[in-house]
Every structure is written in structure tokens, then in C-alpha cells.
Design a protein around this ligand. Sequence first.
Ligand SMILES: NC(=O)c1ccc[n+]([C@@H]2O[C@H](COP(=O)([O-])OP(=O)(O)OC[C@H]3O[C@@H](n4cnc5c(N)ncnc54)[C@H](OP(=O)(O)O)[C@@H]3O)[C@@H](O)[C@H]2O)c1
Length: 273
Amino acid sequence: MLRVEVMEERRLGPVVGLGTWQTFDGDHMLARRVVDAALGAGMRVFDSSPMYGQAERSLGAALAERRSECTVATKIWAPSVDEGRRQFDQQLSFFGGRVDVEQIHNLVAWREHLPWLLAEQDAGRIERLGVTHYTESAFGELCEALRTGSFQVVQLPYNPWERACERELLPLAAELGVAVIVMRPVGGSGGDHRRRLELDDATREALGVSTWGEALLRWALADERVDVVIPATTRPARAEENARAGDGTTLTSEQRTLVEQLASSTGRPSGSG
Ligand SMILES: NC(=O)c1ccc[n+]([C@@H]2O[C@H](COP(=O)([O-])OP(=O)(O)OC[C@H]3O[C@@H](n4cnc5c(N)ncnc54)[C@H](OP(=O)(O)O)[C@@H]3O)[C@@H](O)[C@H]2O)c1
């Protein structure tokens, strides 16, 4: 399989990164194999959360000696400031004393967390602050958070089945200069039937891709407001396959429309990580 060692870069680094929801948990060996493949294929952005079981610990161990090359985007997922601070202390131990992108997961207690996170950013232990949410009904509040001017990153779902962010969130992020991380770029874990689409030779040729997964990642990256897509996987070979979508070749608007037509023959994604 062709490996992409030099990937297109946008504001957060190489445009294809790796998510860790429901993939690593406490399996250090699996995490190491997937992360090694991801790094070898040029990925540098790694997303996690205290919500993902032991994934942060596994990711930290897997990055180990190569931590300085990477952008760790993790999250605070806590109803109280005390619990959030405990999560942050653990992250400092997992990730070499700093977090590159600290996101408030699903906006949980974001107004309460913001002051201490800003102080940590001032102290240099956090580089960028972000907010995330997976559901359209929370996008209004995500916009409200972005309008405070305190966040440099937003993480949102974006794939041919979930395009609600195109209405207000993506335009606002562009207006404010906020970087965009795309969760669920291949349709979200739990949506297996959507990912199993087999492309025939003519469609592969028309799209300039080898697989449907690659087509979905290229679809999201064709939007210039997107900085990085973070597909999760338990398979090293798939991390390499996904990295190919970051080679800088952009889908034309006709190719993008074809991806949307193909996607419409499948269902809607589910899952909330
Ligand atoms: N609220 C939030 O902040 C939030 C919510 C959701 C997600 N996230 C973040 O975003 C990341 C990505 O979202 P997600 O994990 O929900 O969904 P996703 O990345 O769209 O889908 C992951 C699933 O797709 C499969 N897959 C990966 N690459 C593939 C390809 N090229 N072709 C076919 N199947 C492929 C994986 O299975 P295999 O293991 O078999 O490859 C895995 O089951 C998460 O891991 C997490 O880090 C954040």
C-alpha cells in the first residue's frame, strides 16, 4: 500500500489525524500498533478524551518518544472544576506536561471550566482551547462559546450525512479564524453499513480514490474551512489507508456531489463519543 509520508498541512498540522473513541481503551499494544502506523503514514494530530476509558493513557504511552512531533487534542469532560482539574493533571502526566489542544467535551460545564483553562493556557501548559459537540441541537451553544473569543478550535461532525454545521458553525469558525477538527469523518462508529459501500472501478476512477473511506475523508477535506479529519480505527493498515486522503489532492465540486449521491443511498450515522 502506498504510504503518504508528507501530508498537506493546515493550521493544526497534517490534515489527517487519528481519533480514539471506542478503539484503544486500555489495549496498550493495539494503541501502539495503530499509532506507529499512523505516525509512519504522516499523521500528527491525535484526539482523545477522559470519556474514552483508558484511551488517553494508551495514547500517551504509544506516543512516548515521538510526543514532541505530535499535536495532542484531548478534552475535559467533567461536571465540576475539581473533577476537570483532576483530569488535566492526569493528562499532563500522560502527555509530557502539556496539552496542545484542550477541548471542553460536549460543552459540559464550559462556562465553569473556561477561567481555569484560560489560566493554564497563560501558564503555557495548554496551547489552544477548543469546544466540541456531536449533535446539531447543541450547535447554537457551540456558536455562543466561539463568540466569547476564548476558543481557537472547534470540533464538530461533518460528513455527507451530517451537514448541519454548514449553516452557521463553519461560517462562524471561518469568520473568527477558529480551526476546525472534524469528528465522525467516515460516518461515525456504529454506522458500519454506511462504510461498507463497495465502489466499482468506474466510480473509483471518477473520484480518483481507492476506497469509499478515502472518498469520505477527501469529501470533508475539500472544504477549506476544515483543518483536520480524525477517523478512528483499530487497524494499522486502515490508518495508512486513511492517511492517503491527506496527499493534498482536492475533490472537484462534481466529485464531491458524486460522493453525496453515493452516501444518500445509505442511512444516517449514530453514536455520541
Ligand atoms: N463529542 C465529541 O467530542 C466527539 C464525538 C464523536 C467523535 N469524536 C472524536 O472523533 C473521532 C472520530 O469519530 P468516530 O470514531 O465517532 O467515527 P469515525 O472515525 O467516522 O468512524 C470510526 C469507525 O470507522 C471505521 N473506519 C475508520 N476508517 C475507515 C475506512 N477508511 N473505511 C471504513 N471504515 C473505517 C473504524 O473501524 P475499524 O476499527 O474497523 O477500522 C471505526 O469503527 C473519535 O474517535 C473521537 O476521537 C469526538
